[in-house]
Write a protein that binds this ligand. Structure first.
Ligand SMILES: Cc1ncc(COP(=O)(O)O)c(C=O)c1O
Length: 395
């Protein structure tokens, strides 16, 4: 039967990881994959995670199934972290899912059950898996304008023009804070306008949220989600604990559905449970129990928030250092936007050929569209990196 199959297309991010691993040059620098890195280039296990893990090892008495919807204490604690009381708890249905991507998949299946084959709009550009995931569940994909490579900022007027033309059968996949791959985020005033438009048109918002705490702080980063939750009757949110708890391989995520009332939330929750039962049936518990302990134990939580703040401040400082080094190397303000962007990524705006040259010449690895992970930047060697970047753009 397998003769009918051909090689599946490679994911460009995983392809880059393989190339980086095979590169034997000691000075190689991975600025591609979306994981946080410290100055030694490691992705650390967070302090509070280690302590919570030990508590689980000491106290856990069984590994029996938790249930289709997953760990309830985890889901409730994350609900409070994300929504901060912006919407009544009884209107929020949730199920645990394997990571933010798993959570997104459950929500896409839910949209397809509610509105079979409906249209979902994704940002231009977006993550490489948004489109195939939507197509995989049978939904139709369209795009909305998001990023202007010339100004390295959000094309807000064009974005609003598209949103204002949507209707109640449309779903729009929005990026939570720091989630879009470009580094350019919506301001609070822009989120207000987006929320009002969604309320007016009745289009269903689906917010992919994987970087809460990586921008300006845990509460500041949830402004958009909370505004939309407080404004619209219905909202979907996929939450990931991969980045802000450093739990990547533990696959800790939640699918949230905000419904118009308690009865509707119960129905939506039952559908999400039913989707999971027909897929993986039960979710892994270890990572989410770590998150539950951290969010509910005041001491662990304070330690986690302190380390998250250190990570955020390191990324902000890296941004400032790289912008200054690029200003010096290019003798222009063309790259000042790097310091204005937020989160782990910036599209630095060099061509795919220049990205390839940077990799081949200086062993600096970026995604082909020139997306850079600022967490991996060499803070004490920024001038050399900036000079390499400017050199390939002038070759
Ligand atoms: C589109 C998208 N959303 C969310 C995430 C969050 O990461 P994870 O699925 O590892 O929790 C990712 C990471 O790959 C992603 O590609």
């Amino acid at each position: 039967m397998f003769e009918s199959l051909t090689q599946a297309p490679a994911d460009k991010i995983f392809e880059l990881v393989a190339k980086f691993r095979a590169d034997t040059r000691p000075e190689k620098l991975d600025l591609g994959i979306g994981v946080y890195k410290d100055q030694a280039g490691n992705t650390p296990v967070m302090r509070a995670v280690r302590r919570a893990e030990q508590m689980i090892l000491d106290a856990q008495t069984t590994k029996t199934y938790v249930g289709v919807a997953g760990n309830p204490g985890f889901r409730d604690a994350v609900r409070d972290l994300v929504f901060g009381g912006a919407v009544a708890n009884e209107r929020v249905a949730s199920v645990q899912a394997p990571g933010g991507t798993g959570a997104l998949w459950v929500l896409m299946k839910l949209v397809d059950r509610a509105n079979s084959g409906g249209r979902v709009l994704i940002s231009d550009p977006t993550w490489p898996n948004h489109e195939p995931m939507l197509e995989g569940v049978g939904l139709k994909v369209d795009t909305y304008p998001y990023f202007d490579p010339a100004t390295r900022s959000v094309r807000f007027d064009a974005l609003m023009a598209k949103l204002d033309g949507l209707g109640p059968n449309d779903t729009v996949l929005l990026h939570g804070c720091c989630h879009n791959p470009t580094g350019a985020n919506l301001t609070e005033a822009q989120w207000d306008q987006v929320a009002s438009s969604l309320r007016r048109t009745g289009a269903l918002p689906l917010i992919d949220l994987a970087y809460q705490g990586f921008g300006d702080g845990l509460d500041a980063d949830s402004y958009g989600v909370r505004k939309v939750a407080a404004t619209c009757d219905e909202l979907l949110v996929s939450f990931s604990a991969s980045k802000n708890f450093g739990l990547y391989r533990e696959r800790a995520g939640v699918s949230f559905a905000v419904a118009r009332d308690k009865a509707s939330a119960a129905i939506v929750g039952s559908q999400m449970g039913n989707i999971i039962r027909a897929a993986w049936s039960q979710s892994p518990d270890h990572g989410v129990e770590i998150v539950r302990l951290i969010l509910t134990d005041p001491d662990l939580r304070a330690d986690w928030e302190a380390e998250l703040t250190e990570m955020r401040e390191t990324m902000l400082d890296n941004r400032k250092r790289l912008a200054a080094a690029l200003r010096k190397a290019s003798n222009s303000d063309e790259y000042d936007f790097v310091a204005e962007h937020r989160g782990m990524f910036s599209l630095i705006g060099i061509s795919p050929e220049e990205v390839t040259a940077l990799r081949e010449k200086d062993a600096v690895y970026l995604i082909g569209d020139s997306r850079m992970n600022v967490a991996g930047l060499p803070r004490d060697d920024m001038d050399a990196l900036a000079e390499s970047i400017i050199a390939v753009t002038r070759a």
